[in-house]
Design a protein around this ligand. Structure first.
Ligand code: ZN
Length: 225
């Protein structure tokens, strides 16, 4: 009997010891930061906005300092383009806003019809400032040194003309200095572009921009209207 009581006492002590045994420490609660990939968010935006685009692998030329880490090949943003262009996703997204908030309202106001196609002479291009993408710029010899253009980072486009729904062409080269609705449209668009882009260069700015509107979202600010 004494032995049985001793066994029971030992068992109770054991159970008591088990009850008091420290629980294994729970892993500390670590707040995992939610990583939002700006590229994927932007690409999703392009898809939502109906941009005609293809994602591209990042590319660059470290020696020249050119390249794009989140490139897209765009065939139309808001409206089809005369040809595809390579840009950063952010620039493509800005161009949709430009088309819907700047170009189309001005076209409706001036012509009572929308623009159906945007014509441009260049997007990504590994070159220095004062481009030679257009005939006017090339005839002037293009660039001579200087810092890299925003074209070299896919942050710029050279718009040459707007094609209206009825097929009418409104050309920067032919119509900027005219006196009719076409000139008024181009000037309205150029002026309004300064609220969408960081740099806007027009035929008013210098001789290198007689046939196109240079629009970019680079770090500098200049409304060359
Ligand atoms: Zn340009």
């Amino acid at each position: 009997m004494r032995i049985r009581l001793a066994v029971i006492a030992v068992l109770l002590l054991g159970l008591s010891a088990c009850a008091r045994a420290p629980m294994p420490a729970a892993p500390p609660m670590v707040a995992v930061p939610q990583i939002l990939d700006p590229d994927s968010v932007c690409l999703q935006d392009l898809a939502t906005l109906g941009v005609d685009f293809q994602p591209m692998a990042s590319f660059g030329d470290s020696e020249q300092g050119c390249g794009i880490s989140n490139a897209v090949k765009v065939s139309g943003a808001g409206v089809p383009w005369n040809r595809a262009g390579v840009l950063t996703c952010a620039m493509a997204r800005t161009l949709v806003r430009y088309q819907t908030e700047v170009v189309q309202p001005v076209a409706q106001s001036r012509f009572g019809q929308p623009v159906k196609r945007l014509h441009h002479a260049g997007t990504y291009d590994c070159r220095v400032r004062r481009n030679n993408s257009t005939k006017v710029a090339a005839s002037l010899g293009g660039s001579r040194g200087g810092r890299l253009s925003e074209h070299s980072k896919g942050q710029a486009i050279d718009v040459t003309a707007f094609e209206l729904a009825d097929g009418t062409m409104v050309s920067v080269k032919k119509d900027w200095r005219g006196g009719a609705d076409k000139a008024a449209f181009l000037h309205d668009v150029a002026r309004a572009s300064c609220s969408t882009f960081n740099v806007v260069l027009t035929p008013n700015h210098d001789r290198f921009h007689q046939d196109h509107l240079h629009l970019d979202i680079g770090p500098h600010t200049l409304c060359g209207y």
